[in-house]
Design a protein around this ligand. Structure first.
Ligand code: ADP
Ligand code: ASP
Ligand code: MG
Length: 437
């Protein structure tokens, strides 16, 4: 059974929603994961923000504005008055829920309930559309099987246990629709897999049902060899290994949610990145295979903070790095890059929630320097120990840009450099022209 995920732009208008049937084959048993209509999750986040700041009139205005968009949407999506009416009932239900939150104490729990409405709306409206045109489908509630634990990590066994009986209840049904992004947390509350999380949903469902293939349908013809929003002339990559795709997703290639490769990789499920606007384009296949000795792609991750701990006590001492890392562990703050010298160690983090506490504790070891507004630029390819010359080519391309850190050799498929965010565009363009043109 395949899992097909369609992103926000792929369901972004009534016309686009209707066109999904050019891609979905209703005769094949499959699970279709839908994102919210593009823009909706941003709008919902704004509504949540208005409530959080106590600005109820602003929340009400934002809700009315979004509701009006959906009213137009259903007028164009459905043909028969009875179905327009059904669509209106769906909208009324979700928007009354949003307005009703004005009367409650507003906490992050309510905020997540708000964020969940986008995917609940898109899937229900699509399900009703399929009913109107007479295509049988079953709407699977993601909140009944998508689960994260107290650390925010997905619980795949739970998902398998809960989705399998749901699928078995409908042995003759082919098409299953479900929501991307949303899940329940360890308290059973409504939660989500973070922004862009529908890719992650698709990969997790793929893992949970041991799917034969996961397809991520989006608005571009696969993973490109650089960020197409910044660099002109980028090209799609036909093959990536799981490791290469995971590095690119983690280090900023927006086409994939940062965590979304791991579940598919664990069960060796091939992932295809495909273009809804051009369904016959080859796209990118992510699998066990990789092409040897090639530079594949460049990505960049912003909002990085670099921390340098300088200590003469590090000299010839053992246990120093462990004590440094323990500080980050205590504050559940992941480290991305690390470089060391005899008397200093530099690390980067992107979650700065506990930066104050962390630097205060690190001060006990020596002097601490913090640099904000940094970007990790990551070059991905096959840089095994037997290959040579790649690091030189990368550094040559950015020789006019100040570099804060360099990481090479941590894995055989990644060279990373840390630069100021202000230099990112130039770095990406220069690397592109030196490495690919
Ligand atoms: P969806 O809504 O379908 O999930 P996203 O906007 O999340 O789509 O991801 C697709 C977008 O990712 C593309 O439109 C493109 O602008 C951006 N992008 C950034 N880096 C890359 C890359 N290396 N290859 C392809 N797309 C990328
Ligand atoms: N709708 C969610 C978002 O905009 C999830 C997704 O689109 O993948 O972040
Ligand atoms: Mg996305």
């Amino acid at each position: 059974m395949k899992v097909l995920k369609f992103g926000g732009t792929s369901v972004g208008s009534p016309d686009r929603m209707k066109k999904l049937l050019d891609i979905i084959n209703p005769a094949e048993r499959q699970i279709v994961v839908l994102s919210a209509v593009s823009g909706t999750t941003n709008n919902l986040a704004d509504i949540g923000q208005a409530y959080l700041t106590g600005d109820k009139p602003k929340a009400a205005a934002l809700i009315a504005h979004l509701k009006a968009k959906y009213e137009t949407f259903i007028q164009e999506l459905y043909t028969k008055p009875a179905y327009v009416e059904l669509g209106r009932e769906v909208i009324t239900y979700h928007f009354e829920l949003l307005s009703g939150l004005a009367n409650d104490l507003f906490t992050p729990i309510e905020d997540k309930i708000i964020l969940a409405q986008g995917e609940l709306l898109s899937t229900t409206l699509y399900h009703v559309y399929l009913q109107e045109i007479g295509i049988p489908s079953v709407l699977l509630p993601a909140l009944d099987f998508m689960k994260i634990d107290e650390d925010g990590e997905p619980v795949i066994d739970y998902m398998t246990e809960h989705i399998t009986p749901l699928l078995m209840q409908h042995p003759n049904n082919k098409l299953f629709i479900t929501q991307g992004y949303i899940c329940r947390n360890s308290f059973g509350e409504i939660d989500n897999l973070r922004r862009g999380g529908s890719d992650y949903t698709a990969s997790l469902i793929g893992a949970a049902i041991r799917s034969e293939e996961v397809q991520i349908w989006t608005d571009i013809d696969g993973m490109h060899n650089n960020d197409p929003r910044i660099v002109k002339g980028t090209k799609p990559i036909s093959h990536l290994s799981f490791d290469e795709a995971a590095e690119l997703a983690y280090f900023g290639a927006k086409i994939l949610h940062p965590q979304s490769v791991f579940p598919a990789q664990k069960y060796k499920i091939p992932v295809r990145l495909l273009n809804t606007m051009d369904p016959t384009a080859a796209g990118t296949l992510i699998s066990m295979q990789s092409e040897k000795g090639e530079i594949k792609s460049i990505a960049a991750k912003d909002n990085i903070t670099a921390i340098k701990i300088y200590s003469s006590r590090m000299l010839l001492a053992y246990g120093f790095l462990r004590r440094v890392f323990e500080v980050f562990e205590r504050y559940k703050t992941p480290i991305d890059m690390i470089t060391t010298s005899e008397v200093a160690v530099s690390v980067t983090i992107d979650d700065t929630s506990y930066l104050g506490e962390i630097t205060r504790e690190l001060n006990a070891f020596g002097s601490v320097e913090v640099d904000v507004n940094q970007t990790i630029v990551c070059v991905v390819g096959d840089f095994g120990a037997e290959t040579h010359g790649y690091a030189a080519r990368v550094l040559e391309a950015v020789k006019h840009i100040p570099i804060r850190m360099i990481s090479y050799g941590g894995s055989s498929y990644n060279i990373s450099i840390l630069i100021k965010t202000a230099d990112k565009t130039e770095a990406l363009r220069s690397l592109h022209s030196r490495l690919f043109e």
